[in-house]
Design a protein around this ligand. Structure first.
Ligand code: PMP
Length: 411
């Protein structure tokens, strides 16, 4: 436990226990996801700071698990959303901003010749595989083992309530393992509709891995040879590594891409983009939702994309990400507590050596929390444009204490 105030949080948790199944569900469940002592409920968020319901303040390195990329309550984004919603929000038809945003994505993203808008990343990945199947009239979809693509029955990491049929025609390969990809395609025979790839390997609880060029090329070639869809799941990484599709950095273009999270700086919007080969199939499927055409998140997305471009977001995030990684590395060495920092610096994963049950990670993160820094012991963190060099310095003071305390407790 820690010394943070938590009276109100505990009260809300007690009330939630009565009226919300399991007190909280999904990735926001403190009880199931994080060490005891983390607050469950927050009162306010601004810039890169969070205040919990008891008034404790944190520098937030989770950025809403990705959606926050410019800072919470960014005035330009909020104003764009407000201006739009004062005219039209959810109505009997969409607003022109939908066309403007689709045009922006088509201009900005190399493979994109069209765009569709949905609400969550899961809607986007599900729409991608539906388009791939509609285009090819085949069923087989290859997925990387343990990769997260959303919470629908076909992709949820939990098997409760899922039946075999939900996962029919899915075949698994290992990320970055060309042999296993070829084998999975072989098992699929003539039925390959698409291959889903994450921007990089960002599975929870393990070291992150960038895609190798060999792997990316093999995936592209397999799809070309079979006229199947190469589907990039850029929901988590999108706009942090590149303002184009993340695999553009490798010189590989996907056919269809799922976007979400950072697209509208926290307003509810995700998207699917695709190339000419998949336009007709995308037009042929029926996908929709009462709130998919909501206009203000689209206005927010247009503002977000403009600001990300002006700020050269990926480069900026790389700069502060390097500062953060170097600082943590120096502290780990100084305190004699080895860590592994993996994946792109814009989305750091920090795991402790010899820590199979995450005990060190839990302790370190709780220590940091007490010092006012919100981290996660086994999920990647997300940097934002609101994290300045000064913020990183301040956070490093906190992590220095966190390492120090951990070192003492290890003696
Ligand atoms: N794909 C990836 C790579 C993700 O990280 C996520 C969300 N963590 C999703 C899909 C699903 O997105 P959502 O939670 O918005 O449905």
């Amino acid at each position: 436990m820690n010394n943070l105030k938590n009276k109100k949080d505990q009260e809300y948790i007690c009330r939630a226990k009565e009226v919300i199944p399991g007190t909280m569900y999904g990735h926001m469940s403190i009880q199931r996801q994080l060490p005891t002592g983390y607050p469950q409920f927050f009162e306010r968020a601004e810039n890169c700071r969070l205040w919990d319901v008891d008034g404790n303040e944190y520098i937030d390195f989770m950025s809403a698990y990705g959606p926050m990329i410019l800072g919470y309550q960014h005035p330009v984004v909020e104003e764009a959303a407000r201006r739009q919603s004062s005219k039209l929000e959810t109505a009997s038809g969409p607003a022109p901003v939908m066309v403007e945003l689709a045009e922006q994505l088509v201009e900005q993203i190399t493979h994109a010749k069209w765009a569709m808008f949905v609400k969550n990343g899961t809607d986007a990945t599900t729409t991608c595989i539906t388009i791939a199947r509609a285009a090819t009239h085949r069923k087989g979809i290859l997925l990387a083992e343990n990769a997260y693509h959303g919470s629908m029955p076909w992709c949820t990491p939990n098997q409760e309530g899922v039946v075999e049929g939900d996962r029919a025609h899915l075949l698994y390969y290992q990320y970055n393992h060309v042999e296993s990809l070829l084998e999975a395609a072989e098992r699929c025979k003539q039925d390959l509709a698409g291959i889903v790839v994450s921007a990089f390997k960002h599975d929870a609880r393990v070291d992150q891995e960038m895609p190798t060029l060999e792997f990316a090329k093999a995936a592209r070639q397999l799809c070309d040879a079979n006229e199947a869809a190469l589907i990039l799941d850029d929901v988590r990484a999108g706009f942090r590594l590149s303002l184009d599709a993340s695999w553009t950095l490798l010189g590989i273009q996907p056919d269809i891409t799922a976007w979400g999270k950072a697209l509208a700086n926290g307003l509810s919007l995700s998207a699917v983009t695709g190339n000419e080969n998949f336009r007709q199939a995308a037009a042929s499927i029926f996908v929709t939702g009462s709130f998919w055409y909501q206009a203000s998140p689209m206005a927010a997305a247009l503002a977000t994309l403009t600001l990300l471009e002006e700020a050269k977001a990926p480069e900026y995030l790389e700069k502060i990400g390097n500062q953060w990684r170097l600082g943590l590395s120096e502290q780990s060495q100084y305190h004699g507590i080895p860590i592994r920092q993996t994946g792109p610096v814009q989305m750091p994963m920090v795991l402790f050596e010899d820590d199979p049950d995450f005990e060190k990670g839990f302790q370190f993160c709780l220590n940091a929390l007490e010092e006012g820094v919100y981290l996660h012991p086994w999920h990647n963190w997300f940097l934002s444009l609101a994290h300045t060099s000064e913020t990183i310095e301040k956070a490093l003071e906190a992590t220095n204490h966190a390492f120090e305390k951990l070192a003492q407790s290890q003696k």
